[in-house]
Design a binder for this molecule. Structure first.
Ligand code: NAP
Length: 340
């Protein structure tokens, strides 16, 4: 098998393609011939040595793959063999063969190809938890999503539009036209405009009911202030800590120190009629039944045509550094994939 390794923290060029014998499926596992693997921002933070959940280096990252099952371990039905699937992988997804516990595998809905499959689970599960499960977005409400052109941003927008909500999205300038086509009602160029001021203008001073913020740092404070009464702030990342393409403890410290450590007190929550919540899909491995139920709901919406993964670009395994550069240069509109 071929795998993309991170041997040490550094620039995208540290990514290294290595070969090893194919693994055998252990009891309770299936073996997948991978056709596409999803790239997530967490992989990039991991490569920079800034992702707390990362196992010790050298490591193969990757939270999701799609492909075909070619073998099963003891206790797993052979009916799986030949199935076109999506799998959640607790690291190791940057591989052309991988063994995964059966519970983390989902048959791809009819019509979903391998590329869409690899673009689906992390972005749509995260967006579902944020928008539906914890954000409780209702028809007629307004949602502000940061990094709206990223994988989670697009998934959240599609879900919110399906729910009959208005969407305001922040993104780099070049993505606004595509966001409008996706149904985003108002685009904010955060590189030139203050999003808090723009949200006030757009909502005539009212604020919005739901905000999805993975930028973090000072952005959490501004988002909190941009909430309307009954508003919910969903926090799910800290991309502000990635100030360059290499680890910067100074950048991390700035982002961490500017977080609203003192804002969300019980009294503030009560008096302002607002709530703040957090999401980390990578800490829900013990809740696979819950995740499976969410996947079923998402597949249902996919079959109805409400959800359609957007692929920004696919890179071959040998081009993995380019895939990381592409995201860090903020060029992606949608999901970036690695194809063996
Ligand atoms: N907690 C969870 O379970 C969970 C799950 C998935 C993702 N996330 C988080 O959600 C965020 C978005 O993830 P994603 O997969 O949707 O992203 P993505 O598809 O990789 O898109 C990245 C986009 O984020 C924007 N961005 C903001 N700050 C950036 C920075 N410092 N460096 C580079 N790009 C930056 C850029 O777009 P613009 O310039 O257009 O804004 C960039 O194109 C990340 O912070 C990620 O860690 C969290």
């Amino acid at each position: 098998m071929r795998q993309i390794w991170i041997p040490r923290p550094g620039l995208p060029e540290v990514l290294e393609l290595r070969e090893a014998p194919d693994p055998a499926a252990s009891a309770g596992e299936v073996r997948v011939r991978v056709e596409a693997a999803g790239v997530n921002f967490a992989d990039i933070m991991g490569r920079m040595g800034m992702y707390p959940d990362l196992p010790r280096m050298p490591v193969v990252v990757g939270y999701e793959v799609s492909g075909r099952i070619d073998a099963v371990g003891a206790g797993v039905t052979e009916d799986w063999i030949g199935a076109d699937i999506i799998a959640l992988t607790r690291f190791g997804g940057y591989s052309d063969v991988i063994c995964v516990p059966e519970a983390q595998v989902f048959v791809r809905p009819e019509g979903m190809d391998a590329a869409q499959g690899a673009a689906f689970p992390v972005n749509y599960l995260t967006a579902w938890q944020l928008v539906s499960v914890m954000g409780s977005l209702h028809p007629g409400e307004t949602m502000l999503v940061h990094s709206a052109g990223g994988g989670v941003g697009i998934a959240a927008t599609q879900i919110a539009k399906h729910f009959g909500a208005q969407v305001i999205g922040t993104a780099s300038t070049g993505k606004h036209e595509a966001l409008r086509k996706l149904g985003v009602d108002h685009c904010i160029d955060y590189t030139r405009e203050d999003f808090e001021t723009r949200v006030r203008e757009i909502t005539h001073g009212r604020g919005v009911e739901l905000i999805l913020d993975a930028v973090g740092g000072d952005s959490f404070k501004k988002s909190w202030r941009a909430l309307a009464a009954t508003g919910r702030l969903g926090m799910f990342g800290l991309s502000a800590a990635a100030t360059g393409k290499q680890r910067s403890w100074l950048g991390f410290a700035r982002a961490a120190l500017s977080m609203p450590w003192l804002q969300f007190t019980p009294l503030a929550l009560m008096n302002e009629n607002k709530s703040a919540f957090g999401v980390n899909l990578g800490h829900l491995w013990g809740e696979i039944d819950r995740i499976s139920n969410w996947m079923e709901e998402l597949f249902h919406l996919y079959r109805e045509g409400a959800l359609k993964p957007v692929i920004a670009a696919s890179f071959s395994f040998s081009e993995a550094p380019k895939a990381h550069h592409y995201i860090q240069d903020r060029k992606n509109f949608g999901k970036v994939l690695l194809v063996p």
